[in-house]
Design a protein around this ligand. Structure first.
Ligand code: SF4
Length: 420
């Protein structure tokens, strides 16, 4: 992990909504966007509140029409996190959103380019200390009329780069647009340069981070369904964040946006860029040694502990003791499965030996008891020196590796675990 790049800081929010800083020394903020119509106030508010409950720091909403900006005062009255108005095509929507008390404006140089109109938005934001994100997404600039000329003039700057011409257009467009802001002495700016192409995302943000000190809003746009978009997004965003680049992230899925928030947070937790909330779960992938339905168990444990446990307790769910004790070392709570039973450890101390059907409840009870002890100051999380002395696989876990060695694996074949 490289140290985070130093940027200016912008702050969103007001006395009635959480204040969230982006850039500077602030933690990387998580954003998402509502998927319904903004003018449908009740469903818009419900969606914002769901995203906030999932951990979103900021939520963006589209305001394509007057009826959307008219809904803003009531929406803002009913939510308590900062809201960004996504403005395309008509600068008046930005002015109306500012008037309604919005916390940030997103402008697209590709479709609001009239200098006088941009200046009006900048001045209105300046008067109310509202930051602006400039989004030079690939899709919004690629249709520029002078694209061919630009490519010829500036492509050479990035001639060694596989996306040279696109990078040149993105950066030139950004520079031109930023000049309008700088002329008006406005610096409360975040920048994004999204594309559906993960390698272009890495290159664009890397180049932009060398040239400007504004906080960067990372994202892969139009990434697709969650199943593939998770990798498409987290690979380039993780790469950039590990290189110290990026101050806020939005993962985009063609799916429920709550997943965007959950996955963005998990990515930041993995990179230790945000303090984990809730359980840190690791689990073995299973192999031919497995003697419980571990896939079902892991899913049940994940759901149950997400609902019941608030502290970032490290929990390990291991299918056997072959690699389990080593990999679970340092786990606060660990379970090693054997022949349809499991042995549970809390910080290295063996606390229970239960049949498969009781594993979930017992694990939850041990996590709750441990959480209470931590909250009471009687235990602390993440003791790195926890050593787990493995249980006896034959006597205690009934696994009988001797049975496996002898070819007696009938008990294994009766399992109907779906490994897809
Ligand atoms: S912990 Fe045991 S069951 Fe799980 S993958 Fe490792 S060896 Fe296989």
């Amino acid at each position: 992990m490289l140290p985070r790049r130093k940027t200016r800081k912008i702050t969103l929010g007001d006395d009635r909504h959480t204040r969230v800083s982006i850039g500077g020394d602030a933690p990387v903020a998580v954003q998402s966007m509502t998927s319904g119509y903004t003018y449908e106030i009740d469903s818009c508010v419900a969606e914002i509140n769901k995203l906030a409950a999932a951990g979103a720091d900021v939520v963006r909403i589209a305001v394509p029409e007057r009826k959307d900006t008219e809904a803003l005062p009531e929406i803002l009255r009913q939510v308590n996190i900062p809201i960004v108005a996504d403005v395309h095509f008509h600068f008046k929507r930005a002015l109306e959103a500012i008037e309604a008390g919005i916390h940030k404006i997103r402008l697209n140089p590709g479709n609001i380019s009239n200098k006088n109109q941009v200046a009006q938005v900048i001045d209105a934001c300046k008067e109310r200390s509202i930051p602006i994100r400039i989004g030079v997404n690939e899709g919004s600039i690629i249709e520029r009329k002078d694209k061919q000329q630009r490519m010829k003039e500036l492509g050479g700057v990035f001639s060694n780069n596989s996306h040279g011409h696109l990078l040149a257009i993105m950066i030139a467009k950004l520079e031109e647009y930023l000049d309008i802001f700088y002329e008006r002495d406005f610096y409360d700016i975040a920048i994004s340069a999204k594309s559906p192409d993960p390698t272009l995302v890495i290159e664009a943000y890397t180049e932009i981070s060398k040239r400007f000190d504004h906080p960067l809003h990372l994202g892969v746009t139009h990434a697709g369904p969650r199943e593939t978009a998770m990798i498409r997004s987290c690979v380039p965003l993780g790469h950039l964040l590990a290189a110290g680049i990026g101050d806020t992230v939005r993962i985009s899925y063609a799916s429920n946006p709550v997943y965007e928030v959950e996955d963005a947070l998990e990515m930041l937790y993995c990179l230790e860029l945000r303090e984990r909330k809730g359980v840190d779960l690791i689990a073995c992938p299973t192999c031919g040694r497995i003697q419980v339905d571990l896939y079902t168990l892991v899913q049940d444990v994940r759901k149950k502990l997400a609902e019941e446990i608030k502290l970032p307790i490290k929990v390990a769910v291991m299918g056997c003791i072959v690699n389990g004790p080593g990999e679970a070392e340092g786990a606060d709570v660990a379970i090693f499965a054997g022949d349809r039973r499991g042995i549970i450890y809390v910080q290295g101390e063996r606390v229970a030996n239960v049949p498969e059907e009781a594993i979930l409840d017992s694990l939850l009870a041990e996590c709750q008891a441990f959480e209470q002890r931590v909250n009471a100051g009687e235990a602390s999380l993440g003791q790195k020196n926890v050593e787990i002395l493995p249980p006896d696989p034959i006597g205690e876990l009934g696994s009988g590796f001797d049975k496996i060695a002898a070819g007696n694996v009938d008990s294994l074949t009766s399992l109907t675990v779906d490994k897809q």
